[in-house]
Design a protein around this ligand. Sequence first.
Ligand code: ADP
Length: 457
Amino acid sequence: MTWRVFIFSFSQAMGLLLGWWYAGAWGAALGGAFAGWCWFASDLWRGARVLRWFRSGELDAAPQDMHGLWGLAVDRVRRLLRIQQQQVQEYQRRLDDVFAALQASPNGLVLLDSQGHIEWCNKTACGHFGFDAERDQMQSLGNLVRDPDFTAYYNGKDYSHDVVLQGRLSTPARPVRLSVQIYPHGQGRKLMISRDITALEQAEAMRRDFVANVSHEIRTPLTVLAGFVETLQTLQLTAEEQTRYLALMAQQSARMQSVVQGLLTLSRLEESPRPGMGGWVSLQHLLEHCADEGRALSQLLTRHQARHHLMIFPLPAPPEGMGEIAGIQTELQSALSNLISNAVRYTPASGTIEVSWRWQDDGGAVFAVRDTGPGIDAVHIPRLTERFYRVDRSRSRETGGTGLGLAIVKHVLQRHDATLHIQSTLGQGSTFSVHFPASRVRAPVGLPHAATLVSGS
Ligand code: ADP
């Protein structure tokens, strides 16, 4: 300000002096007036430059070489603009972070304005409803989601609960279920959240089925047992009849015991930690055990028949040994034996059961049990490892099955990073093969990969 007064006074003084020197008193008056006008014009010009800059709003277009009051104003405004610009950038960065987080959400998110138009939606929502984030921006939600249940929910305006819809990609074979809920906020705006609850609903259905199956499996032998107890209590039976009834009762209680035992095994498998890579189990021991159990079961089941199973095992072991599997001996034993016992139980006495162990090129190995039994219809194969799922209920019961065997096998194999593959042709037989990854198996030293250790019994 002082500088401004100084410059004005100085230019006035110079005008007066020059005018006085040139034309006396009149000259001084004209010189002073001229100097005043010049100062005013230059001030006006500088003010106009500053105004033009204000209008442009460009921080970098600030007029340079401004001194005095206008220079000060330019500096102050430039500093304010810079602070404001930094704040805007910071807000923008935070907003981008928030949108990136919303984009990464596993739930579908749709922001709606007060008219129900889509302002923004994330990728999950696009997948759930088939939206195109750019094309459908500001489109009316009601026009895009046509499900009658959703329309009733949307128009009903009671958003205290969710509505469950079929997903866009839902098919009868692969149903997709979505839980959709709207959350009003602000001035009539809404947030819509969609969640894929297919797995949840399937788990709930499986839990319901499981409880129903367990009840059924336990109740049936219990009813039979209760019936026999009542008969024994009320009827005068001969010693022979009593012995027969007691044998049947023992059979039923053994069946209940097997079911409970199977369930306990499954829950123990689910709860215990995964087997580490520290314990190596001898493959030869495993297979010898499997062979002994398989042969014993076959003899028991075919003891009254003229013919017996032809059983082929990869034994005796070659001199270099058979290799090892990293895992828990008892679990591996029960899983591999289970596949052999199934083959024995479901294959008629005249059939063949062949067990093999093959090393793979990638260092992994395949344990396979092939039988010439009745085979399994393809529709049943994906469900065989479900708890209590049986193709032939009566055959399973006759041979002491619980419907839990393959569920236990699957669990044990998963824990050992192995996978179960089932191939079967109705009327021709089945092959159950277990694929062990290279990390879980150790071939004997000197054994070429892809060598087959199968040999006749
Ligand atoms: P189960 O105790 O009834 O044998 P599993 O879980 O071991 O129960 O097997 C499930 C079903 O798979 C069996 O009930 C049977 O119908 C079918 N299955 C399993 N193994 C064979 C096989 N080798 N040949 C034919 N069917 C089989």
